[in-house]
Design a protein around this ligand. Structure first.
Ligand SMILES: [Zn+2]
Length: 362
């Protein structure tokens, strides 16, 4: 009787041990959240235009640095840039930031356009910029005197790409917008619904003169192909985040191309987690973490409570993206119910910093 009891006990304990070993083996790739917190991180797409007292501590907590990305907005005949704001912020806390400048094709018909643009870029690089951003004003905003939209593959821009190749400067390219911009706004659950509702000037559906999504993407692809030595990081998952097989096609075709994830986590969450996970595994050397988070007001215009709320929201926003990438639980991202990707430590280390440093330094 007694030996039968202990025999049963041994069998049960053995079973538990086998289950534990099996669970441990399955866990071998996943990373503890504590380890993840300390993993070096670069948010390669941020717009922290103004200084914040809380930022150093916040960034330290996540072991994170960010790239401050300038954007040039065209307002009638003038160009609104914020490089000087970013530069001030960068100078104040240079250990936390990288600097990214920008230019547009406004004035491309002027004989001194190239000379002036190169001078401006050279000046910004000498002040600390290590990247250049091109924005969707190529293809969607800037027009020549005849009303033609200037596309990113316009041959008049070639001396600028050659200059950036020579200086080994990567370009972060937000060209085009999600396909949703060319469709009527019907579905409030679409991850881009609020953006086009609040920024109707970029809802291309309302402006039939703007080139089609296909024309803009084609021009972008041709530009990437024709400049094989230019290091191009296509922001927002190459403006085709709703269909990662299209992104994969570009990554297969163009070795000089990488992609950034900013503000497209909702599109990823709409797609099957296993498929998205396989995409991250396959292209682990070509994907970079970015958010498009930032601020737009100096802290002198904000109350203590405003700043506290801002920090809490920022922490929540980052945490959600981290959870999606690191954990494998059920999660809701931009109204989309999905499962976290549970990426391995190796893949996380690459997309959070190793790919960025390789692209920047090699
Ligand atoms: Zn941005």
């Amino acid at each position: 009787m007694r030996s039968k009891l202990s025999y049963n006990l041994i069998v049960r304990l053995g079973g538990i041990l086998i289950l534990f070993v099996f669970w441990k083996c399955n866990q071998s790739d996943s990373i503890s959240y504590k380890t993840f917190e300390q993993l070096p991180k670069i948010d390669i797409h941020s717009h922290y235009k103004y200084s914040r007292e809380y930022l150093p501590e916040f960034l330290n907590k996540w072991n994170m640095k960010t790239v401050l990305v300038d954007v040039a907005l065209e307002d009638e005949d003038s160009l609104v840039r914020n490089f000087d704001n970013y530069l001030d912020h960068y100078k104040e806390f240079s250990q936390y930031f990288f600097l990214c400048t920008t230019f547009t094709a406004a004035g491309i018909e002027n004989p001194d356009f190239i000379k002036k643009t190169l001078e401006q870029l050279q000046k910004d690089l000498s002040r600390g910029a290590t990247m250049v951003k091109v924005w969707k004003n190529f293809g969607m905003v800037t027009q020549d005197s005849l009303g033609n939209y200037i596309m990113i593959n316009d041959e008049r821009l070639n001396p600028i790409w050659d200059f950036l190749v020579e200086k080994n400067i990567p370009v972060i390219a937000h060209i085009g917008d999600p396909e949703q911009a060319w469709r009527p706004l019907k579905d409030p659950h679409n991850p881009h619904y609020n953006y086009y509702k609040n920024n109707p000037e970029y809802h291309a559906y309302n402006f039939p003169n703007i080139p089609s999504y296909q024309q803009i993407i084609q021009a972008r692809d041709q530009w990437v192909q024709k400049n094989p030595n230019l290091k191009i990081i296509a922001a927002h998952l190459a403006s085709m985040a709703n269909n990662i097989s299209e992104v994969a096609l570009r990554l297969d075709n163009y070795p000089n191309l990488s992609v950034e994830l900013g503000a497209r986590f909702g599109d990823l969450a709409m797609q099957d987690s296993k498929t998205v996970n396989a995409f991250f595994e396959r292209y682990q050397n070509r994907i970079l973490f970015g958010t498009d988070f930032g601020n737009s007001k100096p802290d002198t215009l904000l109350s203590k409570e405003d700043l506290e709320t801002e920090l809490n929201n920022l922490d929540k926003d980052y945490q959600l993206l981290f959870n999606y990438l690191v954990k494998s639980d059920s999660i809701v991202v931009r109204n989309q119910k999905t499962k976290g990707l549970g990426l391995s430590e190796n893949v996380l280390a690459k997309i959070f910093s190793e790919n960025f440093f390789r692209i920047l330094e090699n």
